[in-house]
Design a protein around this ligand. Structure first.
Ligand SMILES: *Cc1c(COP(=O)(O)O)cnc(C)c1O
Length: 376
C-alpha cells in the first residue's frame, strides 16, 4: 500500500525546536513567557493594521472571549455563517445565547450580505437586535468584507471575524482577521501553521487585548492574594506552544505559496473537465491562502458524484473530505433560526476538499493526478 496522502498535515519549518529548547533552557515552561510575547509580536507585525494580538489555547477559546468582550449574554441572538466548522457556532451556546444561521453567497462561499441584512432587520422588527455577527473566511477565501462591514456599521452590531482558516489571506490588500471589532486565528494541527493546538484573538485596542488576557488567566484582580470580581477562564497559550508558533511564522509565506500552487495544480487537472469547478478568487480584490483546495462536482454532467471521487481516492490511500456541513442542517442546532436559500446546502452536497498540504511532494501530486485521471 502506498503511504497515506493527508488532506492537510503539520509542516515544520526547522527552527521550532530552537524556540522550544530556549523555553526549557530558561525554565519558561508556563502559560506565559518570552515565546508568547514574541509570537504575539510576530503576528501583530504580520497582519498589521495596528492589530493587538492575544495568544490563547485555541481558536475556539478566542471566539468565546470575543463574544464575552462583545457582551453577548443569555438569550441574545448572534448571527453566524452557516457554512462553517462547528467551532464557529459552539461558543455562542457557551454564552447561552442563540445562534441565527445565515446562508452563503456564490462567489466566496461566505456570509451573504443580503441574507445578513434581512436577518438584522427581522431581529430589529421583533425588538431584538442581534448582538454580534460572526463571518468566516472559509478555506482561506476572504468574505465580501466591504459589504459586511458596511452592514455591521450601519446597524451598530459587533463584527467578529473567524479567520481560523485564513491567516495570510487578504481582501483589497488588508489581511483577514483585522476588519472586524475582533478577529480570531487558529493554530490547530491541520491549519496553515500549527502549534499542535492554539489560537489567537485579534483586537483593535491594547485595552481589549489586556482584558482578553485578564479573562484568559482566571480574571485575577490586582491584589497580593487571589482576588476575583469576575468569572475567568484558563485560556492562555503555553510558552512551549508559542515557541512552535515563532518557528512557524518564519515559513508562513512559503507555506502560503505552496498551498496556492496546489490550487493551480488542481485548476490544471480540471481545466477541460465539464462539470467540475475549482474554488478560486473571482477578482483581484481577493487573495486566498488556499488553505484547502476545493472542487464542486455537478454529477449530472460528470457522471460521478463527490462521494464517488472521495471513495475512489480513499482506495488509493488519498484523503479528501466533503465540504463543511452547514450548521443549520446539524442535529445539534436544529432549533435555531436560519435565513437563506440553499447555497450552502448545495455546496455541501457537491463539494470536496482535496489534499492541500504545504508539504505535498511532486510524487504525491503525481499520484493524486493519476488517481483523478483514472476516474475521469
Ligand atoms: C479550526 C477552526 C476553528 C477553531 O479553531 P481551534 O483552534 O481548533 O479551536 C474555528 N473556526 C473555523 C472556521 C475553523 O476552521
Amino acid at each position: 500500500m502506498n503511504s497515506k496522502i493527508w488532506l492537510s498535515s503539520p509542516h515544520m519549518g526547522g527552527n521550532e525546536q530552537k524556540y522550544v529548547q530556549e523555553a526549557f533552557d530558561t525554565n519558561w515552561v508556563a502559560p506565559l513567557g518570552p515565546n508568547v510575547n514574541g509570537f504575539e509580536q510576530d503576528l501583530e507585525n504580520y497582519i498589521g493594521e495596528k492589530s493587538k494580538v492575544a495568544c490563547l489555547s485555541s481558536g475556539t477559546a478566542a471566539l468565546h472571549l470575543a463574544l464575552i468582550l462583545a457582551n453577548v449574554q443569555q438569550d441574545d441572538e448572534v448571527l453566524c455563517q452557516s457554512m462553517t466548522f462547528s467551532a464557529s457556532a459552539n461558543p455562542i451556546v457557551y454564552q447561552k445565547a442563540k445562534p441565527v444561521f445565515i446562508d452563503s453567497e456564490e462567489d466566496t462561499w461566505n456570509l451573504c450580505p443580503l441574507h445578513l441584512e434581512a436577518a438584522i432587520k427581522d431581529g430589529i422588527a421583533k425588538g431584538k437586535k442581534p448582538k454580534a455577527i460572526i463571518v468566516v473566511h472559509l478555506y482561506g477565501m476572504p468574505a465580501k468584507m466591504d459589504a459586511i462591514l458596511a452592514i455591521a456599521q450601519q446597524y451598530g452590531v459587533t463584527l467578529i471575524e473567524d479567520a481560523a482558516e485564513a491567516l495570510g489571506s487578504s481582501y483589497k490588500g488588508q489581511k483577514c482577521g483585522t476588519f472586524g471589532d475582533f478577529g480570531i486565528l487558529s493554530f490547530n494541527g491541520n491549519k496553515i501553521i500549527t502549534t499542535s493546538g492554539g489560537g489567537a484573538l485579534v483586537c483593535k485596542t491594547e485595552a481589549s487585548k489586556q482584558k482578553a488576557i485578564f479573562l484568559a488567566t482566571q480574571a485575577r484582580d490586582n491584589a497580593p492574594h487571589y482576588q476575583h470580581s469576575e468569572i475567568g477562564y484558563n485560556y492562555r497559550m503555553s510558552n512551549i506552544v508559542a515557541g512552535i508558533g515563532r518557528g512557524q511564522m518564519e515559513v508562513l509565506d512559503k507555506h502560503i505559496s505552496y498551498r496556492r500552487n496546489n490550487n493551480q495544480f488542481y485548476q490544471e487537472i480540471f481545466k477541460d473537465v465539464n462539470g467540475v469547478t475549482v474554488f478560486k478568487e473571482t477578482t483581484n480584490d481577493f487573495f486566498s491562502n488556499h488553505w484547502l483546495s476545493c472542487i464542486v462536482i455537478d454529477a449530472a454532467i460528470t457522471g460521478f458524484s463527490r462521494e464517488d471521487l472521495r471513495l475512489h481516492l480513499e482506495k488509493e490511500n488519498i484523503e479528501s473530505r466533503p465540504l463543511w456541513k452547514p450548521m443549520h442542517l446539524q442535529p445539534v442546532f436544529n432549533d435555531y433560526k436560519y435565513f437563506g436559500a440553499n447555497i450552502a446546502e448545495n455546496l455541501f452536497k457537491k463539494g470536496l476538499c482535496l489534499p492541500s498540504g504545504s508539504n505535498l511532494t511532486d510524487a504525491d501530486r503525481e499520484r493524486i493526478a493519476k488517481s483523478i485521471k483514472n476516474l475521469l
